[in-house]
Design a protein around this ligand. Sequence first.
Ligand code: ARG
Ligand code: GLU
Length: 697
Amino acid sequence: MKLLKTLLVLFITMQVSAQQGGMWIPSLLEGMNEDEMTSLGSKLTAQDIYDVNNSSLKDAIGHFNGGCTTEIISDKGLILTNHHCGFGQIQSHSSLENDYLKDGFWAMNLDEELPNEGLFVEFIVSIEDVTERVFSGVTDGMSEREKQSIIDRNSNSVQQQTKTEAWQNTKIKAFYKGNQYFLFVTERFEDIRLVGAPPSSIGKFGSDTDNWVFPRHTGDFSMFRIYADENNHPAKYSKSNKPYKPKHYLPVSLDGIEEGDFTLVFGFPGRTNEYLPAVAIEHITKEFNPSNIAIREAALKVIDANMKTSDAVRIKYASKQARIANAWKKWIGENQGIEKSNAVANRKAFEAKYTQALKTKGLEAKYGNILPEFDKLYKDFADINIKRRNFIEVFLVTNELMQMTFRAFQMEMATNANTQNFEQAKATLINRLKGIHKNYDVGVDKDVYKAVMPLYTNAVDASIYENTAFTNLESALKLLEGSPKEVIKRLNKDAAYKYAKPLMQAFADKIDAQFQQKNAPITALQKQYMKALMEALPDARYFPDANSTLRVTYGQVKGYSPRDAVYYQPVSYLDGIMEKYIAGDYEFDVPAKLRDLYIAKDFGQYADANGKVPVCFIGTNHTTGGNSGSPAIDAEGNLIGLNFDRVWEGTMSDMNYDPEICRNIMVDLRYVLFIIDKYAGATHLIDEMKLVHPKKK
Ligand code: ARG
Ligand code: GLU
């Protein structure tokens, strides 16, 4: 009997380690997820994580400005997120005299904390399955458009019928490709102040060279504080607001992690595509990604070379370069991972199994046409999908003159539709132009144009740079003076605009329109496929694709082997920072104070049992963009790390999670505390937190 039980446990553990992955809805963890988490070492119940009636972990997790994740770490509304998530705010408070990006920033008391206009943090109050109410009145015979209009109408009325407090909001989101709908009650705080940030040489250490890479040594964190009104409710900025008293905040563990420890990452993943047919993965990795990689590569070659030879260009183009390089590098890793893991062949083998199950279950008539239909639709969709995205890459991502003409084109379109739109559209355009010209170098941009435009069209003419008002802010603003008629007339005489207009017109009238038309049936079929999968293979684990809603993912601290004979240990240390140190380098310089602390071994309570300060660690948690800033939580609900990236070989997890090589990268909380305490001397922030020793009980 005992043997049988051991075997059973062994079997379950094997199965668990073979599967893993998934981004789960926090209100639905009872049963399978709870069991799986327990088998991985968790001591948490589903209710510890999500509870509507009592405080739970979810009350400490916020959506940071709609893009990243943040968590509360004190009873005074102190929150933690990544340095790259707070980058815009840190930058906006910086000047030549007070360069917080370069030197870091630490508010030494509440009065020194800096307000940030427009910044918000949103919390989830409750999550409710409203599928039935949303689908009420929808029947199989209806067209997609009819269905959607009923769904929209029902969603509106569900929201209206939902009782909320005056300071709360509601939203409804589609899950499982539109087969399920959930209602969220939310609270949005709008008085969020900057509390602290390390210098970029810590918060962005390794920059692009180390981006998407392990071993990693980045202290990618920054700190803010949530303020609320006198009733502790969300409010706009006011000097008289008070630090928010949260329903729950995360205690911080000083005991750290070791290989095999349970980890849970709680946050707002943005977008994944885990249920694509093989034909789609093939299209994305063999055709779509390569063409976009090529455009970004051509632009980066120009920008990188100029940044190396000119400090002025380096400063102007740093953040643009980082944005272009981030996805560029991710796509390359994604393609390699798909190739190396035989994802397309594996997906085809899976599809054979699914097709067999359809037969066995008598579902062939109902769903048998889906896969052949995908093949047909993707064949028809591929070219237009590439063309449309290439336009976006050239006109909106890489070439700035084309971006300016595109924004002007939007103004002309809005004005043509109704002259009353003119002033508003012009104001929007002027804002865009000012934003671009803040960091513009016409020489660099012209070379970018010459590099990227041939990848989009044969009609390349760099002489437009000599005869346009847009390469200079003053002349661009001058062009926009006068009545709508005058402005539109003058605009259409501008060389760059004249050149770009037919290309933009073709994009709006043909390319984008065709894309929408060919994409719609694919979206509809994907919804049907999701349903078919769940019916044909009901025992498999299905988690809904990421959609910027709150999710739980869990796994274990674990190293990995990216290629033959290479194994990466799961934890990196301060010693590794010193190994990478290059004096004066813009990616690998190390601040003198940190070097001194290292030499003096002045590590306080933040070193591990071997006297080393851990910096980053990796685990099998299934994360994606949007999980930046998400807490890594231990088996008992304490904060141990801050998620900020994935390993290069595993970025394919957005389409194909593989527990062998997909790893998320987290900064160890002990390194965060070490920097706050020993490097910055902001000990009052440490005193505010609740430090615990869960392993030394
Ligand atoms: N790769 C991470 C993410 O996708 C970090 C990006 C910011 N860091 C950088 N070096 N660009 O957001
Ligand atoms: N750096 C990403 C973010 O900002 C997270 C990395 C990923 O894509 O997993 O959300």
